[in-house]
Ligand binder design. Structure first.
Ligand code: SIN
Length: 271
């Protein structure tokens, strides 16, 4: 890829790119927006440093990619007056953090977000990295026999997994049927979509077979060959494509504080 209005420095050959040459506290030019779309398609997750953005800056940035996806299940963590913005926070009083296992965001929704834009203003002295894994590479690494077996299969994606398998009283948890392997609407490439954070069973096969195949896939997608690891600094931003990557947040910094805001970007029904 060649870029004229931004600079993209790859993190690994497979995934991740650090972007420089943009100031996200200000509106971007059309060329910058086009090149960021290209960088996201090429690198799957892109990172920015030294961007002390406001909620309005954060929303303007996501609008360049289609606007905000407001997931019903984020209601308890929304910023008052900014429904699009979810608080991502952990400190000495936390008993759990968001996204501690491999997943792609809100796969339980009928139309999951295409991406997520996470801004952290406060980070621990060490730790709190986020891992990202390339689901095209994970799909490409399967045998042709396994690809043929999985293509066309669907699975249940259920937010109950994040609640430890129990529906909290008074809540109706979202769940949706989606493909196990999805085709990216922009690149046309196939990617593994089944993920440990949401996928409960493959439809149309015996339970034991579904369990064995999912366990294989969950293990397979976390191979280090497919990954990059992003180390946060204050005022960093990560923007990842949920349609072709999975990620997990590492909570190795207790009792320190890690804090910021996330907006998810509108997507469509996986096919
Ligand atoms: C998430 O899964 O959206 C949170 C990721 C993180 O906190 O690094």
């Amino acid at each position: 890829m060649t870029y004229e209005s931004i600079t993209v420095t790859p993190l690994t050959p497979t995934i991740g790119g650090e972007i420089s040459g943009v100031d996200l506290t200000k509106p971007l030019s059309n060329q910058q927006v086009d090149e960021l779309h290209a960088a996201l398609a090429d690198r799957l997750c892109i990172f920015f440093r030294d961007q002390p953005i406001s909620h309005d800056d954060h929303k303007r940035f996501t609008n360049y990619f289609g606007g905000a996806h407001i997931a019903p299940s984020t209601a308890p963590w929304r910023v008052p007056g900014h429904d699009e913005v979810t608080i991502i926070h952990a400190d000495k009083d936390s008993t759990f953090v968001a996204g501690e296992d491999w997943h792609t965001d809100m796969a339980c929704d009928a139309e999951p977000p295409m991406g997520s834009v996470l801004y952290l203003h406060t980070v621990p002295p060490q730790g709190g990295d986020t891992l990202f894994s390339n689901m095209y590479a994970a799909y490409d690494a399967l045998s042709d026999r396994m690809k043929a077996y999985l293509d066309g299969m669907t699975a249940m994606y259920d937010s109950i997994v994040g609640f430890g398998g129990k529906t909290p009283e008074g809540m109706k948890l979202p769940r949706s049927s989606h493909p196990v392997i999805r085709t990216h609407p922009v690149t046309g490439r196939k990617a593994i979509y089944a993920n440990r954070g949401y996928t409960t069973y493959i439809e149309g096969v015996p339970a034991a077979e579904s369990r064995a195949v999912l366990d294989f896939l969950f293990q397979h997608v976390q191979h280090p060959m497919f990954q990059c690891r992003f180390t946060w600094r204050p005022n960093s931003i990560a923007f990842w494509d949920n349609r072709c990557s999975q990620h997990m947040a590492i909570w190795d910094y207790f009792p320190n504080t890690r804090s910021g805001f996330r907006i998810q970007v509108l997507g469509d029904k996986p096919v």
